[in-house]
Ligand binder design. Sequence first.
Ligand code: ZN
Length: 232
Amino acid sequence: MSWRLALEDFQHLFYPRACRLCDAALMRKEEELCLSCLYALPRTRSTLQKDNPVAKVFHGRVPLDFAGSYLYFRHDSMVQKLLHQIKYRNKKELAMAIGKLYALELMEEGFNAPDVIVPVPLHPRKERQRGYNQSYYFGLGLASVFGCECSDNVLIRTAHTATQTRRSRWSRWENVASVFDLKKGFLPEKKRIVLVDDVTTTGATLESCVRVLQQGNASVSGILTIAFALRG
Ligand SMILES: [Zn+2]
């Protein structure tokens, strides 16, 4: 075992690791991103404020203790590049690293760790195509710092959103609302659940998930996402 560890330890000498955003060679303690990119990320730093822009998206829609995002998203920005790497370039470790960074920031601000992190699921066909659910890996990063579980065994996506086009307006709404379901055998057991996803935009997807969980008597305390998309 010891020689394996030693080999992994020195692997970066032979295969230099590069920052996922600027391609600079990473220093030994840097994980996925270099220090200067890390400092340049546009953090919201407002997750625990009641009236932050993400929390406002959900006001009057579903009851939550908090909702927040780690970063602000703008088109043609480093956050767009970061999300692209996470979603389409197979960079699961980057999603995990972002989850860890966000969780550390939240813990410093006095955040109460949840019992379970639940990622918004992809449709199984989409997950097969991509090979992974990026929100699950973001959740794993959060969970590793919070010391809790990240479970992809709670929610299931039951319909593919692309099938909505031929339906009437009313049934389309119904279809959106019933895209998610609880997996068989899920027991809420008074667990404090935090729902996670990659981006908050209109909040419609996250709202559907919260409703499904609450209908199953689960206690959803809040929502955490990687980025919040500013309008315009
Ligand atoms: Zn960099």
